[in-house]
Write a protein that binds this ligand. Sequence first.
Ligand code: ATP
Ligand code: MG
Length: 372
Amino acid sequence: MTSKPPILPTGQPATKRRILTGDTPTGRLHLGHFVGSLENRIRLQGEYDCYFLLANMHAFTTRAERFADIRQDTIEIVKDWLAAGIDPGRSTIVLQTEVPAIAELSWFFAMLVPFNRVMRNPTLKTEIESKGLGDSYSFGFPMYAVGQCADILAFRPDLVPVGVDQVAHIEMCREIARRFNQVYCAVDTHAEDQRHESLGGVFPIPAALVGRVGRLVGTDGKQKMSKSLDNAIFLSDTPKQVKKKIGAMYPGQTRDPDQPGDPDINPVFDYADIFVKDQAFVADLRERYRKGDNLGDGHIKAYVIEAVNELLDPIRERRARFEGPGGDDTVIDIIRAGTRRANAVAEETLAMAKERMGLNFGARAEMLGTER
Ligand code: ATP
Ligand code: MG
């Protein structure tokens, strides 16, 4: 029983393994996205058949009334992707709300996971707290965690590049995939994960791929950098904004340049470790900081500001191409073309799933009355 088509809708041979990941349009992309996931996506887009999802439905779970912002953020995120190096000629950009198979799979998957299992998810708990959702979050909010399993599994990928905060979600996705395969495809409960598809399961058991920095701290030095927490350095920030944000960071302690300090509690050093290329130089700075060797916090910040701007300069340059008149329309064309390709894969997955569930009453086009 084969589960993959000979040629994928992107024109890639079926032997090419797939990646699915994405971002929620709740704001622009920041350095955390870059080191947590974007770098891996860019690196792997030649090797894998890649699908990058705009999770715009999920943006509605926390800001349903801000629909105009969600629309613009969707476009801005694509600009960030393109600027960072995502190539729409090689990778497929997918708009979640135009892939109906995802919404349908979400329902079926919601029946394969206990309610309490969803609510125990540590990422959801942290988000409820850090986003101040209290006890008035929408019914749809926790549903996004199940929806995300459908986002992923609709594309039957092998790998999901994410930051650390998403690993708990991927674990739930893996559980749901196993359960589907066991309940509807007679895959043995003891089967190894990598054998599920060859044993007739519809879904592979996808693995999370965490980037070189799984959790970049925000400029507040405490919470994870997050687009909805006002602690982010955006890929689209100007050099002046970068200078201002890093310049205002609290170095974790109060000290004079000639007083010994602790670099390990200073978040500016975290950034130095991640963004300054010359690590021997950073090690030397740490040493001098520890000794109180006339090294002010402003100095370290200046090195970090320079390194971050060096990383962002080419991204800014590429982004500028989409910022003029017609830029949004170009992006919308890319979204349309990608989503069309994505629907071919997602519809195929849904048809496979429905067939195993005894829901193959008729072809989709026949049921929708859209057959030619
Ligand atoms: P929101 O505040 O709306 O939740 P976010 O900043 O957390 O936004 P998401 O769209 O939820 O961004 O996450 C997109 C991807 O980026 C996920 O894979 C997530 O793990 C990763 N990511 C987000 N923030 C960071 C971070 N600070 N460090 C590393 N990876 C991150
Ligand atoms: Mg998030």
